[in-house]
Every structure is written in structure tokens, then in C-alpha cells.
Design a protein around this ligand. Structure first.
Ligand code: UFG
Length: 337
């Protein structure tokens, strides 16, 4: 199938693009490179640099049958400081894409949504039926897209799937092994790694690994949460497992239906537990400084992925150790270049 991957030069879009190429799809990446990297576009994909507003219609008109939509701004803190940017890019950009799809009769879309749509969770495990009360413009803009997709499915017969990610981590080996597998290990077989390269980097695992490789300390944002060790608990999912869910979602799109699935491992790890796994994987004694809480961080955020497991047969197969090991392999591959 000829598919468009918007944001395919970013962390998650590039890994999904690589998996689509590996599965035999004809992949076109559209990315404005505002936060993505041209060298992350998966080998075998066609690359078009541009925005959704300027370029979506032209790219779609070249035989595209389905869209996987990642292009977005994704920093919670930045969204609080500059909400208009998030409404304009995340909602406005997506509406431009959907309008172009409607006009060109491309009606299949898989959307990169987020746990941030739920805000402060109602209970220890978040289900798709829980209330959506986003606490940031980022989460609100992604929820608005989910709502728009429901409407486009109902009104225009779009077949859509939204995947609400929890904490995505790890790196993907394009050499074909897809990383180190379920039990951790040394990573791919000398191939190319696709991983997380945000500027600034806000996510925990890349920050812990940067602290390890640069011999500096990691700042822990708060140890007075109501959790067993006082630090926040999150549900981490390997980017390769996440990509697998996208391929299943693409195959599951049905005209007139908008399905929404959470994507996580269903198990929570505290910030201190993540640091400990990273210490083991890197063999480095990472220094830690405890600072104040980061605004807007819920104490516990863990997904129920029961729905995608039962409806699409998806399972997470890579554990936290594999995520840390693969992210570490990516970090080392980059620092040796
Ligand atoms: N943390 C630190 N130090 C760091 C970075 C993070 O202590 O240097 C802590 C955070 O305070 C949090 C945990 O590590 O408790 C995880 O933080 P991340 O930034 O890695 O991830 P978040 O849970 O904040 O973000 C995730 C998704 C977002 C989504 C958000 C919704 O990555 O896309 O959940 O709450 F918006």
C-alpha cells in the first residue's frame, strides 16, 4: 500500500516508517524538519520537506491510500507557554490534512494521540472510557483531533484509529532485528539506530542516559509523591512495540469507524526504578539530585491496554531493560560518530 507518514523524520514517525518499509509498503514521508532530522527518514522512503498546510494535498494526490499522522508539537511545558502554537500546528495542521484527504478521497488514517488527553487520571489504571480532562494545551489539542476524527468518520466515512501512547522509550534498529528483544541485551546487529533526539530533551530515559554518558547528575523532579519511593510512576513502552501497534491499527481501519486505543505495558515504574535499570544497563553509577516537582506531573500514569490486546491482538514484548539497553546503544552509536 502507498502510505503517507507525516512527521516521519521524528522519533516515533521514523520508527513506524521503517517498520512500514520493512513490511513492504511504499512509504512517503512529509516533514517540515522543524523538530525532525532528515537523516532519520527511513531508508527506502521518499522524503518531501514541507508543512501539512502547504504540501499535504500535492503529496496525497500522488496515489496515497492511507495516512499515518505524527507531525505535531509535543512538549507539554512549551504548550503551556505558547498555546496558540499548539492549536495552530496540532489542530489546524491536522484539519488541513483531513480536508485534503476528504477532497482526494483518502479516508484511512492512524493518528498519534497521547495519554495527556486524560490529564490527572481517575484511578490507578487508565482505560479508554475514562474521562478526558487534559491539563495542558498539548493534551487539549490532541483530544480536539480525536474529536475531529470521530466527526470525519461519522460525516465522511473516514476509517480512523487513534493510539494514545503512554511513555514511549527505547530505540529501533533498522538492520532488521528491531532492537534487543524482550529481555534486553546489547542491541541490534551493527545496523542503523533510530532513536530519541529532542532539543531540548525533556524525557526521563534519554536524560538519565545523557547523564551517564556525560558524567553529570540527573535531576529528579520531586520525591514527595504518594508512591512507594516518592517519585512518579509511569508506564513505559518500547518504540518498536509501539510501531507494531501502528501496523495493526492500519490494517484495522474500517470506513465510518473511529477507534481509540491506549498503548502501554500495563506496568508502572518509578523514576528511581528507571534510574536503577539504567545504572545496570550502562554500568555507570549515575548521580542523582532531587529537585522540586515539575508542574503538571501526575503521580501515577499507567495504561490499561486490554482493548488493543483483545481487538487487535497486540502485545508489548520488550521490557524496561530492553528500552534502556536500546536507547543506550543509540546514545553510544551517536556519540561515536
Ligand atoms: N523526570 C525527571 N527528570 C527528568 C525528566 C523526567 O525526574 O530529567 C520525571 C518526570 O517528572 C516524570 C517522569 O520522569 O515523573 C517521566 O517524565 P517524562 O518527561 O519522560 O514523561 P511524561 O510522563 O512527562 O510525559 C508523557 C509523554 C507526554 C505526555 C505526558 C502526559 O511523554 O507526551 O506523559 O502526562 F504528554
Amino acid at each position: 500500500m502507498r502510505v503517507l507518514v507525516t512527521g516521519g523524520a521524528g522519533y516515533i514517525g521514523s520508527v513506524v516508517g521503517a517498520q512500514l518499509v520493512a513490511a513492504g509498503h511504499d512509504v512517503v514521508v512529509l516533514d517540515d524538519l522543524s523538530t525532525g532530522h532528515a537523516d532519520a527518514v527511513p531508508p527506502g522512503a521518499t522524503f518531501v520537506q514541507g508543512t501539512l498546510r502547504d504540501c499535504a494535498a500535492e503529496v496525497l494526490s500522488d496515489g496515497i491510500e492511507a495516512v499515518l499522522h505524527f507531525a505535531a508539537k509535543s512538549l507539554v511545558g512549551e504548550s503551556v507557554a505558547d498555546p496558540a502554537k499548539y492549536w495552530s500546528t496540532n489542530l489546524g495542521g491536522t484539519v488541513a490534512l483531513l480536508e485534503a484527504m476528504r477532497e482526494l478521497r483518502v479516508r484511512t488514517i492512524v493518528f498519534s494521540s497521547t495519554a495527556a488527553v486524560y490529564g490527572e487520571p481517575e484511578g490507578p489504571v487508565v482505560r479508554e472510557t475514562d474521562l478526558t480532562r487534559p491539563t495542558s494545551p498539548y493534551g487539549a489539542s490532541k483530544l480536539a483531533v480525536d474529536t475531529t476524527l470521530t466527526e470525519f468518520s461519522r460525516l465522511y466515512g473516514f476509517g480512523a484509529v487513534s493510539l494514545r501512547y503512554f511513555n514511549v522509550a527505547g530505540a529501533h534498529s533498522v538492520s532488521g532485528s528491531g532492537g534487543s528483544g524482550g529481555s534486553g541485551g546489547s542491541g541490534g546487529s551493527g545496523g542503523r539506530w533510530l532513536g530519541e533526539r529532542h532539543h531540548p530533551e525533556t524525557h526521563l530515559i534519554p536524560n538519565v542516559l545523557a547523564a551517564a554518558s556525560q558524567g553529570r547528575s540527573l535531576q529528579v523532579f520531586g520525591d514527595d509523591y504518594p508512591t512507594p519511593d516518592g517519585t512518579c510512576i509511569r508506564d513505559y513502552i518500547h518504540v518498536t512495540d509501539l510501531a507494531d501497534a501502528h501496523l495493526r491499527a492500519l490494517a484495522a481501519c474500517r470506513p465510518g469507524e473511529h477507534r481509540i486505543y491506549n498503548l502501554g505495558n500495563g506496568a508502572g515504574f518509578s523514576v528511581r526504578e528507571v534510574i536503577e535499570v539504567c545504572r545496570e544497563v550502562t554500568g555507570t553509577d549515575i548521580a542523582v539530585e532531587t529537585g522540586p516537582r515539575r508542574a503538571g506531573d501526575p503521580a501515577v500514569l499507567v495504561a490499561s491496554s486490554a482493548k488493543i490486546q483483545s481487538e487487535l491482538g497486540w502485545r508489548a514484548t520488550r521490557d524496561l531493560r530492553a528500552m534502556a539497553a536500546d536507547a543506550w546503544a543509540f546514545t553510544q552509536a551517536r556519540s561515536s560518530r
